[in-house]
Design a binder for this molecule. Structure first.
Ligand code: PLP
Length: 422
């Protein structure tokens, strides 16, 4: 009997005891190919010796020093490493321990920025349908995922959701990608104009949608228009790259491929690759200076800038760079996408196969013609996962919001070290 409040009711999951590259090994010696990186986390696989040594070395020196008293070498080095690789407007790294904390931090940065700037009426957050931004209350409040919100509605602050950029389900008739992208981006302008001027603080979006819509990249031009609208109305653009960032799509940040830069970007999963819990919100110098001119950020978690976590994440990022792993991401991604299309492209229950980099998904439908989704999403996910695990394969079935507007999908996000053979 386990005393853990496990994620899913029912049978206990297998006990993981070891890692070996892209494999996790359970107590009985069974090997599971981690084709989803857990949930797009384990970008270096499970037994990287350089990261292990970095954790040990830092642990022998200093595990933790509270950041209200000290900074630390690994925290400073990691921030410098990251800032050198972000667009030059993004200069300040606020550390956290995971994705939800990164999103909460971004929301509070946006809000306090406007308070400090003398625009206290700016408190509205606009986000998108079919989005997932985390499990904490602020993150749930802006996430467009009906069943995750439902039990907690009375606890959530009010936010506004516009349509996602989700061409498989949203593009109409003979609309081109460009027309479609502009149409859905312009919903942001419509929402801003529908409110009293100067009341919207930020627009939040996943650059490539992860867990709720299933590795959906934006169409060309969508984020350029979003950036324009945000600039025109003085609204901050927060891109949530907790899942899609840190190399997952073939560039360090997914937004690089859109030709724009946000005011705040959130990162987490690929940052520490699962070797340590760590995340960050990276913001502009202007946000940092404005908040500091008002006495500093009224926010901060105990474990922010944890020395061992920072040492691990720094080594993860150095390994990715030293071993040129983003090149592998791009090369294997092409092969993965071709193979998925070849193998499943004509399957009667496959509606769409899409993604970017090593971040791909197969959308499942009950009826291909009408794109009708399955109704019993959670049951379907459980069956897929059980069958895959029996065969020694980890995939991540998710999505499906029971309102008929989105399908279920199987997310694939293998480690960047994965080979074609694997
Ligand atoms: N934002 C996005 C885009 C995510 O995909 C997730 C997790 O899947 C989160 C935020 C929340 O991250 P965490 O589970 O580390 O709190």
């Amino acid at each position: 009997m386990s005393h853990i409040f496990h994620r899913f009711p029912g049978n206990l999951p297998p006990v993981a005891v070891a890692g070996d590259g892209v494999f996790i090994i359970d107590k009985d010696g069974k090997r599971y190919l981690d084709a989803s990186g857990g949930a797009a986390v384990s970008c270096l696989g499970h037994s990287n010796a350089r990261v292990r040594d970095a954790i040990i070395t830092q642990g022998q020196k200093l595990a933790f020093a509270h950041t209200s008293f000290f900074t630390s070498e690994p925290a400073e080095e990691l921030a410098e490493f990251l800032v050198r690789r972000t667009p030059e407007t993004l200069t300040k790294v606020h550390y956290v321990s995971g994705g939800s904390e990164a999103v909460e931090t971004a929301l509070k940065l946006a809000r306090q920025y406007f308070v400090a700037k003398g625009e206290p009426k700016r408190g509205v957050i606009i986000s998108r349908e079919r989005s997932y931004h985390g499990a904490t209350l602020g993150a749930v409040a802006i996430s467009g995922n009906a069943w995750r919100r439902a039990p907690f509605e009375p606890l959530l602050f009010k936010s506004v959701q516009i349509a996602a950029c989700y061409p498989y389900r949203g593009k109409q008739g003979n609309e081109t990608d460009l027309d479609y992208g502009l149409r859905v981006a312009n919903e942001l302008e419509r929402e801003i104009l529908a409110r009293e001027p100067g009341t919207v603080a930020a627009f939040v979006a996943e650059t490539v949608v992860g867990a709720t819509a299933g590795a959906v990249p934006p169409v060309e031009g969508y984020f350029k228009r979003i950036r324009e609208i945000c600039d025109q109305y003085g609204v901050l653009l927060i891109l949530d790259e907790v899942m899609s960032g840190m190399g997952r799509t073939g560039s360090l940040f997914a937004f690089e491929q859109e030709g724009i830069s946000p005011d705040i970007v959130t990162i987490a999963k690929g940052m520490g690759a699962g070797y340590q819990p760590i995340g960050a919100a990276i913001c502009t110098q202007e946000i940092f200076d404005t908040i500091n001119s008002d006495g500093g950020f009224a926010h901060g978690h105990t474990y922010l800038g944890h020395a061992i976590a920072c040492a691990a994440a720094l080594e993860v990022q150095k390994v990715i760079e030293d071993e040129n792993l983003l090149e592998n991401v791009r090369a294997v991604a092409r092969y993965l996408s071709e193979s998925l299309n070849e193998r499943f492209g004509q399957h009667p229950n496959v509606g769409d196969i899409r993604g970017r980099g090593l971040f791909q998904a197969i959308e499942l439908v009950e009826d291909r013609e009408s794109k009708r989704p399955f109704q019993a999403s959670r049951k379907l996910h459980a069956v897929i996962k059980k069958n895959a695990m029996q065969r020694g394969l980890m995939v991540y079935p998710t999505g499906g919001v029971a309102d008929g507007k989105a399908g279920d999908h199987v997310l694939l996000a293998p480690p960047y070290i994965v080979t074609r053979g694997e």
